[in-house]
Write a protein that binds this ligand. Structure first.
Ligand SMILES: Cc1ncc(COP(=O)(O)O)c(C=O)c1O
Length: 501
């Protein structure tokens, strides 16, 4: 049996005397049943309580309930609560259920917010080769379960209340140490904002640091999540060219004082994977200074480096306030944990913490506590070591298979880290059609052209390898080769048909 009904929105009384109060109460309940707000079996409040809360006499409520009973809407039994009848037949004007009021339109912002810039046809299901997906088969589920159990046992104090929106102190401290050692980033715990994803961090920063109409510079090709955040914030997106050294800051042309944000992935350019050399990092900071823009440094996968030494983060090279550093645990652990973070300038830390609260994008406290313990106990470091080896094997196997099967039809580089590789087609190929066909065969690759904003999109494919087994790599590449052969045959046949006889 359902709990007694809460009256909000069911009965609103007009005390001008034009309609008897009992009739208004009766109509209120009747409409609530017709609209589906109240369902069969729902208990109504006792007459005394309802009379008190509506400020009417108890007799008025009795009359209303009698009317409802007479229509078969309510069942009254001595000594039991009034209840909405099980089999309702609302005859006459009530026969047709009235739909609750619908929200039918989106605001201009709502339309931008609900757009899918990744394009249709990408599978929500996990299938092999999904770009950006980590290896679920390597996740240390048992160790993580122990950390979660510990967090559930120990986190009972005020961290569980309306507090610490920008992250619990234990995890912020872990991140301060991790960033100082691994990334050359010096920050205080207050400067670390923990959010539910990099996407949430990007949304927060796009809204907080720029106004509609301002410009955001984005790598071309670049990460669609950043484009989505800037687009929703009403920013004008400007493409910044990418070459073998990553984003080329020389292509930033400041216009007036509207350039506010420059988004880059200097550790591994997304999607091509280039590591930005130190000299270029310095030019980028200089250009940002000239444009008066803040650099958003997306360090999404710097933990995976298969060779060489990591280059320190841009953040550590810059003057205070020029760079906001962002990272995520989606690649090193799992996207489903919903934990990411950013390092913001000291002078904005408090305001932006409030922003995390206001946007409602704070991360789950028990997960944060579990992660703090996982890092403190060395579990995270051990896990990184394990997956690095596995990712290296899978990435190398994928590139070897691609080169072997597709030869000079493509250009592809062995990944220096990362969880995906990007191949470019040397000949014109409809990469959207090839991706769609790959999807139909169970391989979730993405068309390279979808990562471009401007006219000069290049055809290619972005292929995630971190979660792919050796068997999937083998059959996926075979499938791709076959689909490319088919596409080539079809376009040759069409060419012959079109040739004048
Ligand atoms: C460049 C880049 N940044 C960020 C992310 C995702 O971060 P999150 O899952 O925390 O939103 C991805 C995921 O693929 C990515 O490729």
């Amino acid at each position: 049996m359902k709990e007694p009904v809460f009256l909000e929105g069911v009965v609103t009384l007009d005390r001008t005397g034009q309609v008897p109060l009992a009739e208004q109460i009766y109509r209120g309940f009747r409409n609530a049943v017709r609209s589906g707000l109240l369902r069969s079996g729902t208990r109504l409040p006792a007459t005394r309580r309802l009379a008190q809360s509506l400020g009417v006499g108890r007799n008025t409520v009795n009359v209303a309930y009698d009317l409802l009973q007479a229509e078969g809407i309510v069942v009254l039994r001595p000594g039991a609560a009034a209840q909405i009848a099980d089999e309702l037949s609302l005859e006459g004007e009530g026969a047709k259920p009235v739909a609750p009021p619908l929200v039918t339109g989106l605001s201009a912002r709502g339309k931008r917010l609900s757009e899918n810039l990744r394009g249709p046809g990408r599978s929500e299901q996990h299938i092999a080769f999904q770009p950006g997906a980590p290896a679920l088969d390597c996740f240390p589920y048992e160790d993580w379960a122990r950390c979660l159990r510990r967090a559930a046992r120990l986190e009972r104090g005020d961290t569980m209340l309306y507090r610490h929106y920008a992250g619990i102190p234990a995890l912020r401290r872990q991140l301060v140490d991790h960033l100082a050692i691994e990334r050359g980033v010096r920050a205080t715990p207050d400067q670390i904002l923990i959010t539910s994803s990099m996407q949430a961090s990007l949304f927060l920063l796009a809204q907080a640091l720029a106004d509609p109409g301002d410009e955001a510079w984005l790598e071309e090709p670049g990460y669609i999540g950043a484009r989505t955040a800037f687009h929703t914030a009403g920013l004008t997106i400007r493409p910044m060219a990418v070459d073998r050294d990553g984003a080329d800051p020389k292509t930033i042309v400041p216009s007036g004082n509207r350039s506010r944000l420059i988004y880059v992935t200097p550790s591994h350019q997304f999607p091509f994977g280039a590591r930005m050399p130190l000299a270029r990092r310095l030019v980028l900071l200089e250009q940002a200074g000239k444009a008066g823009a803040v650099v958003l440094e997306d360090d999404y996968d710097s933990e995976f480096l298969f060779e060489g030494r990591p280059v320190a983060a841009l953040y550590g090279l810059a003057e205070e306030g020029r760079v906001v550093y962002m990272s995520t645990f989606s690649k090193s652990l799992m996207p489903g944990l919903r934990i990411a973070y950013c390092v913001v300038p000291e002078c904005l830390a408090e305001r932006l913490s409030q922003g995390v609260r206001n946007m409602g994008c704070a991360a789950n406290v028990q997960t944060q506590a579990a992660l703090a313990h996982f890092m403190d106990s060395g579990g995270y470091r051990k896990h990184l070591k394990t997956i690095m080896q596995i990712y290296l094997e899978r990435g190398s196997a994928l590139v070897a298979a691609l080169k072997n099967r597709l030869g000079d039809r493509i250009s592809v580089e062995a990944p220096a880290g990362n969880v995906q590789v990007t191949l470019a087609f040397r000949q014109p190929v409809d990469d959207v059609a090839i991706s769609a066909a790959m999807h139909r065969h169970g391989f979730s690759v993405s068309p390279l052209s979808s990562y471009y904003v401007g006219e000069n999109a290049k055809p290619g494919l972005v292929i995630g390898f971190a979660g792919a087994s050796m068997k999937e790599i083998e059959t996926g590449v075979q499938t791709l080769a076959r689909l490319l052969d088919d596409a080539e045959r079809t376009s040759k046949a069409a060419f012959v048909e079109r040739r004048p006889g």
